[in-house]
Each structure stands twice: as C-alpha cells, then as structure tokens.
Ligand binder design. Structure first.
Ligand code: ADP
Length: 171
C-alpha cells in the first residue's frame, strides 16, 4: 500500500490535489503555521464557511471547499498537543490520519495531501509523529482501494527526512 504514498518538500497550499489536509485548531477559526497559510491562500470565504461548522474535536476531521486554492477541498483535522506522550497523543494523531482519509473516501476523492500534523507549535516529536502518519495511512490504504494517491508534504528538511525514514522502515 505504500506504493500509493509519495513524499515531497514544499508548500501544501500550492498542490493541485483533490484535498489538502489542514492541521487546524479546535475552533476551526484559523491560526498560525500551515493553518494560516491555508486560510491566506483559500481566501476569506474559507473562514466564513468554517464559522458554520461548530469546531472540531481533537482526532476528528471536517471537510470544506478549497475556495481559491488549487485543491478542490480542505479537510480540517485537529492534532493533539504533545504533553509527554501519556495522554493518548499517539491514538489521537493516528485518528487524525484515519478520519481525514475516511472523509476523503466518502466524498470519492482520489488524491489527498497531508502536512505533518502536530509537528509545529503542537510540539509532537517529529520522528514519532511521522511513523504514526505513515503507519496509520498505510493501514487505511490497505483496506480502502478508492484513494489512489496520498502525498506527505513536508515544509522543512527534518520533517521530510523523518518521513523518508518512516516510509523506508515500513517496506
Ligand atoms: P500543529 O499546530 O498541528 O503543530 P503547525 O502548522 O504549527 O501545526 O505545524 C505543522 C507542520 O506544518 C509543521 O511541520 C510546519 O513546518 C508545517 N507547515 C507550515 N506551513 C506549511 C505549508 N505551507 N505547507 C506544508 N507544511 C507547512
């Protein structure tokens, strides 16, 4: 299933895929990091739409149009804040990937791009987070054949390298 997984380094807001995933906050009302970049690139209609969604629980996901983005949709998921690892962080992070992919599959989407959820201000140790990202995604893809391509879009080199390592150890 890892044949459907591609890694790249760059800006997720530039990707022309069916859906990009946003590492959002519980309020879904925007923030810094990738969330801010997505809202800037999608335009003000995204925030307007997000206001109608009543937020999102950690580990869950909600979908919106992509508005001015090249991507047709944005899947907003809320990663866990790292508190040391004994507060269910790993399960919640895996759930972000599963729930996002489930929404994508339900909508008939074929290509999805993820940022490194929780790896910025939420402070998740990068190597552990990348292993969870790759493992949860391959597990999902082994059961669902409708999604054809999952891109992990790292913004910086350390995350890109951690993803490469996680994907290699999967094979
Ligand atoms: P979180 O709050 O879930 O930690 P952040 O947005 O702070 O979310 O960071 C998540 C990851 O997204 C980090 O690795 C950060 O470097 C990366 N990132 C920030 N901007 C972009 C972007 N435009 N495209 C892809 N990844 C990005």
């Amino acid at each position: 299933m890892s044949g459907k997984i591609t890694l790249l380094q760059g800006d997720i807001t530039e990707l022309k895929v069916d859906a990009i995933v946003n590492a959002a906050k519980n309020s879904l009302l925007g923030g810094g990091g990738v969330d801010g970049a997505i809202h800037r690139a999608a335009g003000p209609k995204l925030l307007e739409y997000c206001r109608t969604l009543n937020g999102c629980e950690t580990g869950q996901a909600k979908i919106t149009p992509g508005f001015d983005l090249p991507a047709a949709y944005v899947i907003h998921t809320v990663g866990p804040i790292w508190h040391g690892g004994d507060q269910g962080e790993a399960d919640l992070l895996a759930s972000c990937y599963r729930e996002s992919l489930k929404l994508a599959a339900e909508q008939g989407l074929k290509s999805v791009a993820f940022p490194a959820i929780s790896c910025g201000v939420y402070g998740y140790p990068v190597q552990q987070a990348c292993e969870i990202a790759i493992n949860a995604t391959s597990q999902f893809l082994s059961k669902d054949s409708s999604i054809r391509k999952v891109i992990f879009c790292a913004f910086d080199k350390p995350v890109h390298q951690a993803l490469m390592q996680a994907l290699d150890s999967q094979k």
